[in-house]
Design a binder for this molecule. Structure first.
Ligand code: BTN
Length: 239
């Protein structure tokens, strides 16, 4: 699939949309060595210095009823890519944070837009802390691959492995069996299940026990006797 490579962009997520308007490719990857305005979920900033891996996968024509599942499938795919390249086991925190011993190693921003009833366009933005040192103030909550395995990792190798795993897992969503397999594997590695969680909503928050993930990818939280289904939060409409 086409790969667009940049030295420095504001955000690969934004660049992916610009390239779509220009070339209308089906599926492609946008990779940048550095981002000046890297975006995280919930309008947060994603610190993106050189040495990290920042890319967006644009996927056109995903035929699936619940595009939110692309977000879970991506988390699973990145867990697999990290396992393969560095031989480490990460946990998934719903919806798609990838943690190594409780510290964030990789974050995913998944944006979807509908183009017809069950056909969607998704942009999966992935940021992995690879060779760049984690700033002092974030050391309690974040970790980089270099710190875990003791040596630098080739960004291009991790990129191609990640893209391969992502494409496989996203395509798998198109069948019912595939969806079930993804949900099963996801749940196995998701440490959110069984924990007490506080979910920050646009208005207020809910604290309770995370008990399951629905077929749509929503998290079910039992709080004061009431079951809440929390949809895969930030599926932002691209257009
Ligand atoms: C999060 O955990 O909040 C998600 C972080 C996603 C960061 C990636 S880096 C590549 C892509 N471009 C962006 O601006 N953000 C995503």
């Amino acid at each position: 699939i086409p790969l667009y490579e940049f030295n420095c962009v504001e955000s690969t997520q934004r660049m992916a949309k610009v390239l779509y308007d220009r070339y209308k490719y089906d599926t492609y990857v946008v990779w940048a060595k550095e981002q000046l305005k890297g975006r995280g979920r919930r309008e947060r900033v994603w610190h993106s210095p050189r040495g990290g891996l920042y890319f967006s996968l644009f996927y056109e024509n995903l035929e699936v009823r619940f595009p939110q599942l692309a977000s879970l499938a991506s988390g699973l795919a990145m867990r697999e890519a990290l396992k393969e390249i560095a031989d480490i086991c990460c946990d998934l925190k719903w919806p798609n944070d990838i943690l190594y011993r409780d510290k964030k190693l990789c974050g995913i921003l998944s944006e979807a837009a509908s183009c017809g009833t069950d056909v969607h366009r998704v942009i999966i933005g992935v940021g992995v802390n690879v060779n760049a040192e984690i700033p002092h103030e974030l050391k309690d909550i974040a970790v980089c691959l270099k710190e875990i395995i003791g040596n630098e990792v080739d960004l291009e190798g991790l990129l191609s492995l990640s893209a391969e795993r992502l494409l496989f897992r996203i395509a798998q969503l198109e069948t019912k069996e595939g969806q079930e397999e993804i949900l099963d594997s996801y749940k196995r590695h998701c440490t959110t299940l069984g924990s007490t969680v506080t979910i920050i909503l646009d208005e207020g928050s809910i604290t309770g026990q995370a008990i399951d993930i629905t077929q749509e990818g929503a998290l079910q939280v039992l709080a004061s006797g009431t079951l809440h289904s929390i949809a895969t939060g930030d599926v932002i409409h691209v257009r």
